[in-house]
Write a protein of this length. Structure first.
Length: 329
């Protein structure tokens, strides 16, 4: 293989049984106007023809595209697949695309330009279009909206066009899941510094955990241009796993892991504690009423108890409910 300079961006496409859409996702990277990229295709144990599609793409352009898989072709989940891609990436920046999604042609050019003009930014974030018109179904366009800007169909992020110091974006994420960023361009060194993705999260909220770790520690630049198309279809992870009980339990764990990370790194300010308390109260599944009551008690405790007492109670509760393990978040 001919030696080439390290690319500016490592694009990572993770996929599991995406034979319908993977070719289009690959084409979205190949069509970028900024051509300083490499593409890592991470197979999470596919059993359909998507593995062959990825291998063929890598064989056709071996200097720029590589095919990766877990040992024995195992299915390890989205977080582990993202971490596998990161471990093999050479780029200064990392940008992810799922195997059923699509990048618009100017994504990398625009985001690398913004990152270059704002070198303090750990990442550039932007809205995602929940893309339905691809299906050509009647009324699909009218059902589209954007993620990452709050609960407004086509709203504008309150910090759009700004470099935002921590933990402002982290607090927005806690106050409203619709502020969880996506379509980001992230400095590789930052992902290394925060420990990458949390392998426990196999699907839902896997992005939220790493975004919380970054946004709570580093400045973030907020772009307002959509360049990532988040394809909505019946077989997507979001569609197949989003029962109310699963969402609630995974979301509760995301908040717990976020609190652990913030506390372990001295980032759990009263500002974020308040946001965490309010976020926990939004758990809505009736089967989780005991959790909601516990969270209500925790919220009240945060309001009336001194920090020293709260820290003592938190340590006592953790020692009773789970063994002490190294924090990998």
């Amino acid at each position: 293989m001919t030696e080439h300079p390290a690319p500016l961006v490592s694009a990572i496409i993770i996929f599991l049984n995406e034979e319908r859409f993977l070719g289009e996702a690959i084409a979205g990277v190949q069509g970028q106007t900024n051509e300083s990229w490499e593409l890592l295709l991470v197979d999470d144990g596919s059993t359909d023809s998507s593995s062959e599609i990825a291998k063929a793409a890598a064989a056709a352009d071996p200097d720029r595209i590589r095919y990766l898989t877990h040992p024995d072709g195992a299915n390890r989940g989205m977080s582990a697949s993202r971490n596998l891609g990161i471990a093999h990436a050479y780029g200064w920046y990392i940008a992810f695309c799922d195997g059923d999604d699509f990048w618009l042609p100017g994504k990398l050019e625009r985001q690398t330009d913004l990152a270059g003009r704002h070198p303090k930014a750990a990442m550039v974030i932007a809205p995602l279009l929940r893309w339905r018109r691809w299906s050509e179904s009647p009324g699909a366009v009218e059902l589209e909206d954007v993620l990452g800007v709050g609960r407004r169909k086509f709203g504008r992020h309150p910090y759009a066009g700004r470099l935002v110091d921590p933990p402002a974006i982290a607090r927005l994420m806690l106050e409203d899941d619709y502020f969880i960023p996506g379509g980001a361009l992230i400095q590789r060194r930052i992902l290394d510094e925060v420990g990458g993705y949390h392998n426990e999260f196999r699907s839902m909220y896997e992005d939220a955990v790493v975004m919380m770790k970054i946004a709570s520690r580093y400045p973030v630049y907020v772009d307002d241009k959509i360049s990532y198309l988040y394809r909505m279809h019946p077989d997507s992870c979001t569609s197949t796993e989003s029962t109310s009980s699963t969402v609630d339990s995974t979301r509760s764990r995301y908040l717990e892991v976020s609190e652990q990370y913030l506390a372990a790194n001295g980032l759990l300010t009263p500002w974020l504690e308040e946001a965490l308390s309010r976020s926990r109260l939004s758990t809505y599944d009736r089967r989780h009423r005991p959790i909601r009551l516990l969270n209500l008690g925790r919220a009240i405790g945060r309001t009336i108890l001194p920090r020293s007492v709260r820290d003592l109670l938190r340590k006592s509760w953790r020692s009773l409910t789970r063994p002490e393990v190294p924090c990998d978040v």
